[in-house]
Write a protein that binds this ligand. Sequence first.
Ligand SMILES: O=P(O)(O)OC[C@H]1O[C@H](O[C@H]2O[C@H](CO)[C@@H](O)[C@H](O)[C@H]2O)[C@H](O)[C@@H](O)[C@@H]1O
Length: 262
Amino acid sequence: MKTLRDPKLLDSAIENLEELQSKFSHNKPLIFLDFDGTLAPIVENHEDAGMDEETKKIVNELSNNYAIAVVSGRGLSDVRDKVGLADIYYAGSHGFEIAGPNNFEKDNEEAEKMLPVFDEIEQKLQQELNDIEGVRFERKKFTLAIHYRQVTQEKISAFHNIIENTIANYPKLHKGDGKKVVEIKPNIDWHKGKAVNFLRKELSDQENPFSIYLGDDTTDEDAFREMENGIGILVGEHGNDSYADYRLESITQVKQFLKALL
Ligand SMILES: O=P(O)(O)OC[C@H]1O[C@H](O[C@H]2O[C@H](CO)[C@@H](O)[C@H](O)[C@H]2O)[C@H](O)[C@@H](O)[C@@H]1O
């Protein structure tokens, strides 16, 4: 059972590398990687995010030695294009759409039924938020991100109020938060943690394979908390307590850590 802790009290995964590696010395771990804030730096416009050449090379080499999956809030096709590796697994839309090698595909069936509701709320929110400058919509298959990184401080509470009032009329949807983004998701008991547990069965023949999950945002907490046999590593901070076991300060440290696994 994982417990919530102040991230400042978490041990560094880099400074405690030997201790950490000893936990899986006889058992090659599965590796789960979040994308934004973990493999790619957070940038002003969501379209511009990307991995640098060094990170691409490390993830590519890692995929030759380990079973890996990238688990992202981004849409599946978007994150797959940005990572660019054909032979690994991906979970997009916060786990609602999953794909892997040999044409493996698994969309959440309940979420599938909600696509018309997403179309409706997207249109409605676009009209209602039209007067707030800087709002950016990002439609993923099963989730809708509404970015406010470029909204001025004095408009932010109006932004949240409009979304709150609108979503109150849509019981089939619920609202989550991320870094300067509101995410509208299906109101279904499914998230990155459940997607990771599903993938752990796909990626391994073992009953309960050892796994490592690296992530930076509140949505990654679902994966840290649900991890049955493994280590969660929080990258940077998201402003709240964490279920992670270790921390890394930055994407530079993520690269150092992943290189050490090669
Ligand atoms: O689960 P992740 O892979 O971490 O995706 C979470 C969200 O990341 C993206 O938004 C965030 O990164 C943007 C680019 O750096 C930044 O501009 C934005 O403010 C951040 O919230 C992505 O656009 C979302 O769809 C993901 O859900």
